[in-house]
Design a protein around this ligand. Structure first.
Ligand code: 5GP
Ligand code: ZN
Length: 152
């Protein structure tokens, strides 16, 4: 049974004691750290899709995209740009994928929100997802309306 215990260490940092990324950020578990500024931390993924695959994470524990405070957006964008560029330079990559899995149905294994930066090389053969067609134009229009209504 997983018991989620929350501790507020100080006003700056909320930690989930069961979270592996919280432990990495706290230095309790070693990581290949590549960035540590303000509220954002980045390190190499232990099982890279391509070598240099990095994870950019908020230092505070938030579970998914939907829990992130919009105020963090500026720091996160800066970190994604700085780390993304550095990963490309250091690996000689010609491209970079930015990805985020939210909830288990989307493949989220670690429930501490994080962004994947994956360096890409021409012809590396990686396929991130397959695409399909809508059944009809009407189906697509109906879904457009449903999503617009949900946006509010
Ligand atoms: P998710 O599937 O949740 O989007 O991705 C979690 C990622 O965290 C995976 O790509 C996995 O390889 C990585 N990961 C899991 N545990 C550790 C760890 O202890 N250290 C590092 N560096 N990466 C980890
Ligand atoms: Zn955490």
């Amino acid at each position: 049974m997983i018991v989620h215990s929350w501790v507020v260490l100080n006003v700056e940092r909320a930690v989930n004691q069961d979270c592996i990324f919280c432990k990495i950020i706290a230095g309790e578990i070693p990581s290949a750290k590549i960035y540590d500024h303000g509220g954002v931390y980045a390190f190499l993924d232990i099982a890279p899709v391509n070598k240099g695959h990095a994870l950019v994470v908020p230092k505070k524990h938030y579970a998914t995209l939907f829990d992130l405070p919009p105020d963090l957006g500026r720091e996160l964008t800066t970190a994604l740009q700085v780390v993304g560029r550095a990963v490309m330079d250091a690996t000689g990559a010609a491209g970079l994928n930015l990805g985020m899995n939210n909830f288990e149905a989307a493949g989220q294994l670690v429930h501490h929100a994080h962004f994947h930066l994956i360096p890409r090389h021409a012809g590396d053969g990686l396929t991130l997802w397959t695409q399909h067609a809508y059944g009809s134009v009407e189906e697509m229009q109906k879904l457009t309306q449903a999503i617009r209504s949900a946006v509010g």
